[in-house]
Structure formats: structure tokens, C-alpha cells
Design a protein around this ligand. Structure first.
Ligand SMILES: NC(=O)C1=CN([C@@H]2O[C@H](COP(=O)(O)OP(=O)(O)OC[C@H]3O[C@@H](n4cnc5c(N)ncnc54)[C@H](O)[C@@H]3O)[C@@H](O)[C@H]2O)C=CC1
Ligand SMILES: O=C(O)C(=O)COP(=O)(O)O
Length: 570
């Protein structure tokens, strides 16, 4: 299933009503892709960075073809990527929006490591591509490397070792200081920050820290006092940063914050280049405001300018935090196993951009995901001209208790797809549970879900509310693996209508002989395979014609017999 989006531009299709509530317009084209379901097809994976061979073994043992090529230029990667369902990287490959958009078959990007700043996660999410990392696999190695840099800094290990290699015995030059009794400030008290705290406490250091999501009680559990940054700067003898590089952490240490620190403060960056502003650090080192820096990461890797790395008070390593046999084995195994588990519908572990996929992975859930998509499509067809502002998904029956998030996403996928047929937009995007929530939000339609306790049967109702307050209700269920329409506007179908393949959905306002409907549809070119009709209630009834092949829109003959009829490919 592909969606074509153009944010602005003329409506190409004439003669069909336009949906004013869609802020951007969508035109769907049917392809072989599964509708809004989210079973990940994983046949071919590209590994474009140095990842432990265990990754290849696990994938291959699970029937995945793997190509490892760590020498691809950007142009070569752009040319190669369409061949793959999955891409595995470390920090070297820059997975930019153009790479993601070139990946016509790309379903999943895996980061064998922690930081995903080299992956344009927003572009991936819009394209419906899952981004996954291996949180925790390299925590201990990064923490140990940080501790190594702190210890090395305080005893001038880098420079002292260098001077020995140069044949000198400089005992006076390299007077150090003890860590015992000193204060270590840890900015970012997540996985690595916490492990650094625990290790450095064994040297007798006092650990203080700041993290917006770690409560004082949590940090107290690892003996670290939680303070504001303003309280931290003047107290710290050493500062180590363990945050991702995000706008809030960029240049956390800069001229202004260095100025608030103790003279001679020593700093360590084993997180991401740019959390400490490099130019400000150089100035602080030159002035003596900073007494030394341990740097594992740089804004540009490898750096073009080695001034910082060459500074006598700097100990620098070329992004080695995760470069241990143990960490590389773990992250390689983890990412491969996470890919396999996701493809087999077992687990979503490590995915960072697919909340609607939670609870939607098991094979048993897939028909419900499909049902959401199809009810959304039917709802869209029958609510034309209502200017839908709200969509509520109401779930009945214990098995659907946790289905709200994925059902909203799949209903909106079906709804937006079908709505878009009347518009005309041109950039191809596959809608799925990863990107449907973004496009739903962008459409301006407010979505909610409600679970109703106490129902003996399991079914879904979607309530589509128009700008004028009117509501269209569409109800459906899953029988085996089939999606069935149970009722529209409370008009129950005698035999539930099968919602699959090519159909025509129609509405009448009085009893119309079925023969008249079928013969009118036939005149419009429809090869009708099956018919389901609802009861007539409140002067309306609904029907679904299942067809052997798609039929062109318009349906002039049928529309002269029924009130409205719409073709759809479900
Ligand atoms: N040098 C290397 O080879 C490695 C570097 N890393 C980097 O280390 C960093 C941390 O990794 P983990 O501890 O595993 O991540 P984590 O997600 O467990 O911890 C990061 C913490 O930073 C906190 N944070 C976010 N914004 C903040 C702010 N404005 N101020 C203070 N804290 C803030 C978060 O709340 C979170 O608790 C990441 O940037 C990662 O890429 C990770 C592994 C190896
Ligand atoms: O996991 C991380 O965030 C790292 O920085 C490690 O990077 P690497 O996999 O060694 O290129």
C-alpha cells in the first residue's frame, strides 16, 4: 500500500468532493504491500558498519540474506539501499533522509549501539520505517571508558606516557591529584551515568548529578545527589556528560557554564561531540579555567581539526567507548536477535519510534490491525462531505483491552488513505502503524479510543464525528482471519459483509430489489461475487458488493439506483 502526499498543490481528480479537513492531501495507490498491518518482511539486510560477525550469523540462521559492506560511499549507499528491507549501522554510517527515502523497501534500521543521532529518525518515522537500537549492550564499556578517562586525567597518564615514549623521565612535570574526596558531577543519570557513579564512588569520590527524568529518590539509590545545573557548576571537581546530543544538551558546557565552574575543573565527554562546545573548551583549556579534558567523541568524526586532541591537557580517544569485545559481541547479537524477534512478531524491544506497534505484533493481532484499516476506509467512504473532526475507536471484548493505540493508528491509516483518493498528492509513502499516527495528527482529526468492559463478544466500533456534530458509526469484527462489517449506523448486516479485496459500499434510503442493484453495478462494469445487505433502520440501509476485480469510480448506473455508492480496494 502506498500513499502519495503532496503538501500543497492542485487537486488533480475532478468531480469528487474534497475533504477540507485534511491539512495535507493524500492519494493512495494500491500495491502489494499489506495494508496497515505491521508484520515486518525481513529477507535482505545490509550491514554498512563494522559489526561483530555474530550479527550476520544470527540473521543468516534465521533465513535472512545479509550483505556486509563497510566501504560504501554515500552515492553507493543511495544506489544499494533499495535492495534491502533492513539496514544495520553503528555510528559511522550517516542514515540521512535521502538514504531513508531512497530505501523503497526499507522497513527497519538497526543501530548496533546506543546513540541514534546518525539516523534521521524523524524521516524514518514519516516513511514508516522502524528505528531500533540496542540499549544497554555497551553501557558497561562506555562507563568503564569514562572512568578510565577520569583516572587518566587526574594522573596525567596520556602526557606522561608520551614523554616516556619520547625518552624522557619527567617525574616533576606530572604531579597529579587524588580522586579521593573530590566531587564528580554527572550530567545525564541514565544507564551509563549511573554505572560511572557507582564505579567512581569506589575511589572515594562524591557523586552529584542532574537529569530531568531521574528523580532525587532514584539517584539517591546510587548515592548520587540530584542538584540543579546551577548548583552543580561551582561544586564539581570533575564533570562528565552522559546525555544524548539534543537541542537541550548541545553546548551544555560553553563559555558561560565554564565560567561558573571551579578553576581547573576537569571534564570528560564520552557521550556525543557537541555536548561540550569544542571552541569554548579550547578557550577554557588555554585560560586554565579547565584543567584537563578526556574526550572520546567529537563534533566531526574523524575531526578535520586536531587542535583539541593535540592539546597537552587533553586525553583523546577515537570514539572507543563501545569498542570492547564484550560490548561489540552484545550489540551485534542484540540487534540481530531484535530484528528476528520483530520479524517473527515476538517482540518490539529496542524500537524507538513505533509506539503504536506495542501490542500489535502477534500473528493473532494482525487481522485486528487489518480490520481497523478497513473500518477506517469504510468510515471514510460513508462520511464523505461530513468534514470529519473526531474519530473515536470503541473496543468491546477482553482481547481488545490493550488494542487502543494500534487500532487508532490502523483506523486512521485506512481512513486517510481512502479520504485521499479524492485529493491528489504525489510523493509516495507507505502508511503503516509507524507513520499513521503522524499523518493522523497532521490531518487535524482528533483521535481517541475507549475500551468498554463487560462485552461477551469482541468487536470494534468507530465513531466518526463531523464538523456539524453528526456521527457515523461503523462496527466490525474478525472471524478467523477475515475482517467483517457488522453494522453501519446501527443497521445490522444479516450476514456480516466480508471486508477484503475490491468492494462497492453503498447506502440506500428505502428497500431496493437486490437484482436492480446488481444489474446496475454490472452495467458499471462490476463483476459482483457476493452481496451483503443490512436491515433498513431509520430510513437507511447499507450494502457491500464484493467484486472479482476493481471497478472504476463514478458508478453512474448504480448511483442512479442507490443513494450513494463508492468503490474501494480493501
Ligand atoms: N562513546 C561511546 O562509544 C558511547 C557513547 N554513548 C552515548 O552515551 C550517551 C548516554 O547513553 P545512555 O546512558 O545509554 O543513555 P540513557 O538514555 O540511558 O541516558 C541518557 C540520560 O540523559 C538524560 N538527559 C536528557 N536530556 C538531558 C539534559 N538536558 N540534562 C541532563 N540529562 C539529560 C536522559 O534523561 C537520560 O536519563 C548517549 O549519547 C550515547 O550515544 C553510548 C554508548 C557508547
Ligand atoms: O552506542 C553508541 O552510542 C556509541 O557511541 C558507540 O558508537 P560505535 O558503535 O562504537 O560507533
Amino acid at each position: 500500500m502506498a500513499i502519495f502526499v503532496r503538501i500543497a498543490g492542485p487537486i488533480i481528480k475532478a468531480g469528487l468532493p474534497k475533504l477540507g479537513y485534511l491539512r495535507s492531501r493524500f492519494l493512495w495507490e494500491q500495491t502489494n504491500h499489506t495494508k496497515a498491518s505491521m508484520v515486518i518482511k525481513l529477507e535482505k539486510v545490509l550491514i554498512s558498519d563494522e559489526v561483530d560477525p555474530k550479527c550476520v550469523n544470527i540473521l543468516q540462521n534465521n533465513g535472512v540474506e545479509v550483505v556486509k559492506n563497510t566501504k560504501l560511499s554515500k552515492e553507493e549507499l543511495l544506489a544499494e539501499i533499495p535492495k534491502y528491507d533492513g539496514l544495520i549501522v553503528r555510528s559511522a554510517t550517516k542514515v540521512t533522509a535521502d538514504v531513508i527515502n531512497a530505501g523503497t523497501n526499507l522497513r527497519i534500521i538497526g543501530r548496533a549501539g546506543t546513540g541514534v543521532d546518525n539516523i534521521d529518525t524523524e524521516a524514518a518515522t514519516r516513511k514508516g520505517v522502524i528505528v531500533m537500537n540496542t540499549p544497554g549492550g555497551n553501557t558497561l564499556s562506555a562507563a568503564e571508558h569514562t572512568c578510565t578517562l577520569i583516572i587518566a586525567l587526574t594522573r596525567n597518564l596520556g602526557a606522561a606516557s608520551m614523554s616516556m615514549k619520547e625518552g624522557r623521565w619527567d617525574r616533576k612535570k606530572f604531579m597529579g591529584s587524588e580522586l579521593y574526596g573530590k566531587t564528580l558531577a554527572i550530567i545525564g543519570l541514565g544507564r551509563i551515568g549511573k554505572e560511572v557513579a557507582l564505579r567512581m564512588q569506589s575511589f572515594g569520590m562524591t557523586t552529584i548529578g542532574f537529569d530531568p527524568i531521574v528523580s532525587p529518590a532514584e539517584s539517591a539509590e546510587f548515592n548520587t545527589e540530584s542538584l540543579s545545573l546551577e548548583e552543580i557548576w561551582p561544586r564539581a571537581d570533575f564533570i562528565t556528560v552522559h546525555t544524548p546530543l539534543i537541542p537541550q544538551t548541545k553546548h551544555l558546557l560553553c563559555d558561560a557554564t565554564f565560567a561558573k565552574c571551579k578553576k581547573g575543573v576537569k571534564v570528560v565527554n564520552c557521550a556525543r561531540g557537541g555536548v561540550i562546545e569544542e571552541a569554548a573548551l579550547l578557550r577554557a583549556l588555554e585560560s586554565g579555567q579547565c584543567g584537563g579534558a578526556g574526550l572520546d567523541v567529537f563534533v566531526e568524526e574523524p575531526p578535520k581539526d586536531y587542535t583539541l586532541a593535540k592539546h597537552p591537557n587533553v586525553i583523546a580517544t577515537p570514539h572507543l567507548g563501545a569498542s570492547t569485545i564484550e560490548a561489540q559481541t552484545r550489540v551485534a547479537e542484540d540487534i540481530a536477535q531484535q530484528f528476528v524477534d520483530l520479524a517473527q512478531g515476538k517482540s518490539l524491544f529496542g524500537a524507538i519510534n513505533a509506539p503504536a506497534l506495542a501490542n500489535a505484533l502477534s500473528p493473532a493481532t494482525q487481522p485486528w490491525v487489518q480490520l481497523g484499516d478497513r473500518l477506517g476506509a469504510v468510515g471514510s467512504l460513508l462520511s464523505k462531505n461530513m468534514s470529519i473532526t473526531n474519530v473515536e475507536v470503541v473496543m468491546f471484548g477482553e482481547p481488545l483491552k490493550k488494542a487502543g493505540t494500534f487500532l487508532i493508528a490502523s483506523v486512521m491509516a485506512g481512513f486517510l488513505k481512502t479520504s485521499a483518493i479524492d485529493n491528489g498528492d504525489l510523493v509516495p509513502i507507505s502508511l503503516n502503524l509507524v507513520n499513521a499516527p503522524i499523518y493522523a495528527k497532521q490531518s487535524g482529526v482528533v483521535t481517541t479510543s475507549t475500551y468498554k468492559e463487560g462485552s461477551d463478544s469482541t468487536y470494534v466500533r468507530i465513531d466518526l464525528q463531523g464538523a456539524g456534530g453528526e456521527v457515523l458509526q461503523v462496527c466490525g469484527t474478525v472471524a478467523g482471519s477475515e475482517c467483517e462489517l457488522l453494522s453501519v449506523q446501527g443497521c445490522a448486516f444479516g450476514v456480516p459483509a466480508n471486508l477484503s479485496g475490491n468492494v462497492i459500499v453503498y447506502r440506500v434510503h428505502k428497500e431496493i430489489p437486490l437484482a436492480d442493484i446488481i444489474s446496475a453495478a454490472a452495467k458499471d462494469g462490476a463483476q459482483v461475487r457476493a452481496v451483503s445487505t443490512s436491515e433498513l433502520k431509520n430510513s437507511q440501509a447499507f450494502g457491500v458488493l464484493s467484486l472479482n476485480a476493481p471497478v472504476s469510480p463514478g458508478l453512474t448506473n448504480l448511483n442512479s439506483v442507490v443513494s450513494v455508492a463508492y468503490p474501494a480496494s480493501l
